[in-house]
Design a binder for this molecule. Structure first.
Ligand code: PAF
Length: 254
């Protein structure tokens, strides 16, 4: 496995690569959910490229950016064990050489939910993902359904800008309790991690979005939204200062 810390070195490397290329974009702090994306990417492509970059432009809250877990050495060990070939991890000055001068605004998918509660978040996501797609020129790129609205936003962008990469949605990986795996779970206490499973439980057991919200509020979560869209039920709620999001197909809800 080779690692690249500058855009220039990576671009030279990319020119040498032959065969189908799969991309798994990440912000590091890798867990089994990322592992599943890398494994699938490994099965479906000749070359597996993973990017690790904590993208500052998608954090609307500076404290969230500061607290975001960073575990690069552990991440690299995991990626090596999963058979990744190339890891691209440049710094912000390299990926934003002119600052945040140009950005993508986004269409209908950015509206509501995360788009409403995290101003500028999806603009930052789209801008960095487009940069990474252009740098990697992958045949396929893998994204988890836990960030389902992000997936829709990226699909819209790829379609509108004729990006020749297939976006591959991958099912959410969950702990036994039902809690969706997320890098942010590392910021919860042990007790918090157990309580956090209520997000999934309320999404799947409540008779309506309103009931799911009431359940979460009664358990001490600060709820941003519980909403149905695209045939799925979505929630965003904060526990112990950690914002959690999840979604399930409405058919899975009782
Ligand atoms: O889902 C993520 O980890 C990030 O939003 C992504 C797609 C890597 C862009 O920074």
């Amino acid at each position: 496995m080779k690692t690249w810390t500058t855009v220039r070195d990576w671009q030279a490397r990319r020119r040498e690569l032959r065969g189908s290329v799969g991309l798994v974009p990440t912000m590091g702090a890798l867990h089994a959910g990322h592992g599943a994306l890398v494994e699938r990417c490994r099965r479906e492509n000749d070359i597996v490229v993973v990017t690790i970059f904590v993208n500052p432009t998608q954090f609307n809250n500076p404290r969230d950016l500061e607290r975001y877990p960073r575990t690069v050495e552990q991440d690299l060990r995991l990626l090596e064990s999963l058979g990744a070939d190339e890891v691209l991890m440049p710094g912000p000055d390299d990926l934003y050489p002119d600052g945040y001068r140009l950005r993508i605004e986004g269409g209908s998918a950015v509206e509501g939910m995360e788009g409403a509660h995290r101003p500028g978040h999806f603009q930052g996501v789209m801008t960095i993902v487009l940069k990474l797609l252009n740098l990697v020129r992958a045949d396929r790129a893998y994204f988890g359904e836990k960030d389902y609205q992000q997936l829709q936003v990226i699909q819209e962008m790829v379609q509108d800008f004729f990006v020749p990469t297939e976006v591959v949605p991958c099912e959410t990986v969950r702990a036994e309790s039902g809690l969706a795996l997320s890098s942010r779970n590392a910021l919860l206490s042990e007790e918090g991690r157990q309580r956090a499973a209520s997000v999934y439980r309320s999404l799947t057991t409540a008779a309506s979005a309103g009931e799911a919200r009431r359940l979460l509020e009664s358990e001490g979560f600060a709820v941003d939204y519980v909403e149905e869209r695209w045939g799925r039920r979505f929630a965003a709620a904060t526990l112990e200062g950690v914002r959690l999001i999840d979604n399930v197909p409405v058919g899975e809800a009782q």
